[in-house]
Design a protein around this ligand. Structure first.
Ligand SMILES: N[C@@H](CCC(=O)N[C@@H](CS)C(=O)NCC(=O)O)C(=O)O
Length: 282
């Protein structure tokens, strides 16, 4: 009797612990519907492809909303994924110049006070790379295949290059974008000392990219993937600054930059007018 009561209490504690949401403002309303839909695809007589398509439709039925700013690098990263997949979305402008991201209304969506914030129905995500992976995974069979998960090795290689972007490329690249593009756009002065020191760091990273891209069309494999896409927002700005020479001086990096920046989806992601013309902003 005593031991069965103990067992029930233990089960209850486990159930409460599993359902506990440590950051209620992040994804508390998440619907499990799409995930369980994909799981169910293994148990139906429908073809896997058809089943995935149905799950995609289900996941996308409410439409996507993106709170962002069309000049923001992190917003553009997500927009690029949406365009690569041919997905529609409603843009909601958070004017970073006006400081909208630090106003209570927006802080209730993202306590870090940063864009983008992505809504799939009631499910909320922040962090541009997490949002990108979410969309690319749900819509893996639609539009450009951004995940090369043909084997565990290709998956590992892709994750590795996505991490290299985050931890090696992005830190110097985003400082250089900030100093040379964003600061002047906001009437602030570029600190050239910072630029010089940071360019030296970026050069070391790009030497490694040059080696890799000599033997591979794209970073993770011979196909364009999220690993390449993640670099686009900073590269786009840097190609308009003197830092462009660091990319141009390395033939394989130059070839890669030309190829990825020419993608139609990327051009759409950078179209500021199209962002403001969309209906949610009106
Ligand atoms: N790690 C975040 C960074 C988000 C971020 O820094 N967003 C910038 C715009 S590109 C922002 O909102 N800056 C305004 C601020 O920090 O006040 C992501 O990848 O989404």
């Amino acid at each position: 009797m005593g031991s069965s009561r103990l067992l029930v209490s233990f089960a209850l504690v486990i159930m409460v612990a599993i359902s506990y949401e440590p950051f209620p403002w992040m994804g508390v309303n998440a619907s499990n519907e799409p995930t369980s839909c994909y799981h169910s695809c293994n148990q139906t007589f429908e073809s896997r492809h058809q089943c995935y398509k149905r799950c995609e439709e289900l996941a996308h039925k409410d439409g996507y909303k993106i709170y962002g700013y069309p000049y923001s690098t992190n917003t553009r990263r997500v927009l690029a994924v949406l365009h690569e997949k041919g997905l529609s979305y409603d843009p909601i402008t958070i004017d970073l110049k006006a400081g909208d991201q630090k106003k209570p209304r927006f802080l209730s969506l993202n306590r870090f006070g940063q864009v983008p914030v992505f809504l799939d129905g009631n499910f909320k995500l922040t962090e541009s790379r997490a949002i990108s992976e979410y969309i690319a995974t749900i819509h893996r069979s639609r539009g450009s295949e951004l995940l090369n998960h043909k084997s565990f090795k290709t998956m590992g290689t892709q994750t590795m290059w996505m991490n290299i972007e985050s931890f090696e490329f992005d830190p110097p690249a985003s400082i250089l974008t900030w100093e040379q593009s964003i600061k002047p756009m906001n009437g602030l002065k570029t600190d050239y000392k910072v630029v010089n020191v940071t360019e030296q760091k970026l050069e070391k990273v790009l030497d490694i990219y040059e080696e890799r891209l000599r033997n591979s069309s794209f970073l993770a494999s011979n196909k364009f993937t999220l690993a390449d896409l993640y670099h686009l927002p900073n590269i786009q700005y840097l190609m308009e600054t003197p830092t462009k020479r660091l990319f141009e001086n390395r033939p394989s990096v130059r070839r890669w930059v030309a190829e990825i920046t020419a993608r139609p989806a990327w051009k759409k992601a950078c179209d500021v007018k199209a962002w403001y013309d969309k209906k949610e902003n009106k």
